[in-house]
Design a protein around this ligand. Structure first.
Ligand code: SF4
Length: 277
């Protein structure tokens, strides 16, 4: 279900630790990843957590609202992140170009602060022309696996991992500052030494130098939706997901990662695997 809406604000003060503002051009995300923490957003539009991925509300007045906000804001050196609760390059962006409009406005008003982008979509390469005009921008792709079957299973409508790796390669070749967000680390599907090495090899091959890594977030509302998705899997796989909440599991996985990282030249951002309490 796609329903165009009028937003009251676009540039929103951020609750994320290293970002001043966030821009979410859409409410909802058609990619519908089974582990998505943003599924709680349904409560603002009268949808259930289980409906996540089935609705998107494009904020079609984004250009007008953002332009008014940018005219008012004096300090243009603050950081902005696209996007905290949606994917800024999900399929509808090809039609609505809301993320692109926002970037064009930030250029028009000489935004000097850091612009961060994170997506699972190869559509991001469409905007390389704009990225090149910013002095302070970085573009990240989320890579949870190198196996397209895993993306198709747990990131239902998101582009497969291979497309995301191709996008990273293209961005790097064009000289855009990139990073990979390796997370969430999915028990069984990606959080094994062999599969982590596969991811690192693939990232190295496409020229990525900086990575974030993140443990899986198993807050109750996420777990409920995710477990519904994997309920038909082997019992041992399901057990691993339950185990992934424990401190011992996380510590052990972090040890494995730090050993593997010694063989690569990646900069691990934040110097740790991000963990949710
Ligand atoms: S792409 Fe990101 S925002 Fe969209 S469903 Fe997946 S995790 Fe959530």
């Amino acid at each position: 279900m796609v329903q165009e809406i009028q937003a009251k604000s676009i540039l929103v003060a951020s609750k994320l630790p290293d970002t001043d503002y966030v821009i979410n051009p859409y409410t909802g995300c058609s990619f519908g990843c089974s582990y998505c923490y943003a599924s709680f957003m349904g409560r603002f539009v009268d949808k259930k957590v289980e409906d996540w991925g089935l609705y998107v509300y494009p904020k079609i007045n984004l250009p007008e609202v953002l332009e008014k906000e940018l005219i008012k804001i004096k300090d243009k050196s603050k950081s902005i992140f696209f996007s905290s609760v949606t994917d800024p390059y999900q399929g509808l962006e090809a039609k609505y170009k809301l993320t692109r409009s926002a970037l064009e406005l930030l250029l028009k008003y000489n935004w000097t602060g850091e612009i961060g982008i994170l997506t699972k979509s190869q559509l991001v390469v469409r905007d390389i022309d704009l990225f090149k005009k910013f002095k302070n921008i970085e573009v990240g792709l989320t890579i949870t696996s190198t196996d397209d079957a895993v993306s198709t299973f747990l990131e239902k409508s998101a582009p497969p991992a291979s497309d995301r790796l191709n996008a990273l390669e293209k961005l790097n070749k064009e000289g855009v500052h990139t990073y990979a967000f390796v997370g969430p680390l999915l028990p069984h599907f990606s959080a094994t030494p062999e599969k982590i090495k596969n991811i690192f090899d693939a990232l190295q091959k496409v020229g990525v130098k900086e990575i974030y890594m993140e443990h899986i977030n198993l807050s109750p509302y996420i777990k409920k939706r995710l477990m519904g998705k994997i309920k038909g899997e082997d019992k041992k796989i399901i057990e691993k997901f339950y185990l992934a909440e424990s401190k011992d599991y996380k510590r052990e996985l972090e040890n494995v990662i730090s050993e593997i990282l010694k063989d690569y030249k990646f900069k691990l951002r934040l110097n740790e695997v991000i963990s949710h309490k």
